[in-house]
Design a protein around this ligand. Structure first.
Ligand code: ATP
Ligand code: MG
Length: 411
């Protein structure tokens, strides 16, 4: 890929009117553009990162036996009225009338819509269990969104819904999904802690959040460094410095966290309130049991930016970087650079070339570091052939001279 074709447009200055570090970094790197508070364009570079995050999430969902579907963003009030959530979520849900005068809303989440769909199709114990997920845009009228892409008014979420006949089956799948979530964050190199939190607008049960403990997080977490005790302060009855309630001998600590995922057990709530039922083996009509599981895809993108940067710019992990390698050159070495680029491409390397004419090598390097490509190949006067590449690793800043073959074999 070539810079000009991929619309790589960096900014040297921090954008005006953007307070958050993640959005500043992403806007300067040409990954994101702000349209208004909490609403962003994801430019080709940023979308490439998002697609990589989604691919890992999707792969793990499919591996866990879930099937992908796509639900609408536009919802009728009728469905949301059945359990009273139209009103409960009135402040955060965009609600308006369409041309026919009907009330509609933009989806903040999809339990109601998926239950409405499933109740027309799930009839018997033979239809269960069932797990369906989507990766889709949600809308929430967030108050004062000032955390960049961490808190959008329009954002991408992966949401999975699992349907069960028995409590044992529900709990088994819920625990399995906890492990799947940990695997996803591990693959993305995002360290998380599982934290107990409130059950949401709806249940008295705890939910489980996946929190990244970091200063800029909006949530407050109390946790024990010695065992797995961790609670969100919305439910926590402990204080900092107190002995751990698990009697493990640890002392409770307090930290800020970014919630990158949240999983809920709704049990028979939806089955009962929205009449999603099935007939069991003894011909009894029973409510279907439901869980839901969210991952903030664009919030993860922002979290990755918050966790991986330095003075020069982004340092996203290779697993999510849009391309692995950039080729930059002196203005009069563009042809030599193009030859190296073609050779790398032919070998299947995810490579991009900064092919802008009349831009100095120094400026190209500054831009490359701002975007944070994992490897830079610098084509100058001394190293300009496939026999002798100058390779700089973004993560460590180390420079090495090697042949193209050696470089490719080490990727
Ligand atoms: P928060 O407490 O941060 O407002 P939430 O608990 O309301 O989030 P959920 O309904 O649990 O969010 O949504 C599932 C996931 O979607 C969250 O764990 C989070 O990662 C992500 N998410 C929620 N709201 C936003 C938002 N406004 N912008 C980006 N991602 C979000
Ligand atoms: Mg949540």
């Amino acid at each position: 890929m070539r810079y000009r074709d991929f619309f790589v447009k960096t900014l040297r200055e921090s954008p005006k009117g953007e307070e958050s570090r993640n959005a500043q970094l992403l806007i300067r790197a040409g990954m994101v553009d702000k349209t208004m508070a909490g609403v962003y364009n994801y430019l080709p570079l940023g979308l490439a990162v998002i697609r990589k995050i989604e691919a890992i999430v999707r792969e793990e969902m499919l591996k866990a036996g879930a099937a992908e579907l796509l639900m609408p963003a536009l919802h009728p009030k009728r469905i949301w009225e059945e359990n009273g959530r139209w009103e409960i979520l009135g402040d955060i849900m965009y609600q308006f009338k369409d041309n026919s005068g009907s009330d509609v809303g933009l989806g903040t989440t999809h339990e109601e819509v998926i239950v409405d769909m499933a109740r027309k199709r799930v009839k018997s114990w033979r239809d269960l269990p069932l797990a369906l997920f989507q990766i889709q845009t949600k809308f929430r009228n967030e108050q004062r969104p000032k955390s960049g892409v961490l808190r959008g008014r329009e954002f991408i979420m992966k949401d999975l819904y699992s349907f069960h006949a028995t409590l044992d089956d529900l709990n088994d799948y819920y625990d399995k999904m906890k492990a799947v979530y940990l695997r996803i964050y591990e693959r993305l190199q995002v360290p998380v802690k599982i934290v107990e939190a409130s059950g949401g607008t709806f249940t008295t049960e705890f939910s489980h959040e996946f929190q990244v403990l970091t200063e800029i997080g909006e949530d407050t977490i109390f946790y024990c460094p010695k065992c797995d005790f961790a609670q969100n302060n919305e439910i926590a009855k402990v204080e900092e410095g107190q002995a751990c309630p698990n009697d493990c001998g640890g002392k409770i600590m307090k930290a800020n966290g970014i919630e990158v995922g949240n999983i809920f057990r709704f049990f028979d709530k939806y089955g009962t309130e929205m009449k999603l039922t099935y007939t069991d083996k003894d011909s009894r009509v029973m409510p279907v049991l439901l869980c839901s599981y969210g991952i903030g895809i664009t919030r993860l993108f922002g979290t990755l930016a918050e966790l991986n940067h330095d003075e020069q710019g982004l340092k996203l992990p290779t697993v999510v970087a849009p391309f692995q390698v950039v080729v930059v050159s002196l203005p009069d070495k563009l042809e030599a650079a193009a030859a190296i680029y073609e050779e790398l491409k032919a070998k299947g390397v995810a490579v991009i070339i900064d092919d802008r004419p009349d831009i100095s090598l120094g400026e190209k390097i500054i831009d490359a570091d701002l975007i944070g490509w994992p490897y830079k190949i610098i084509v100058g006067n001394n190293h300009s052939t496939t026999d002798s590449l100058e390779v700089v690793t973004r993560a460590t800043g180390e420079t090495a001279i090697m042949t193209l073959t050696k470089f490719v074999s080490g990727l």
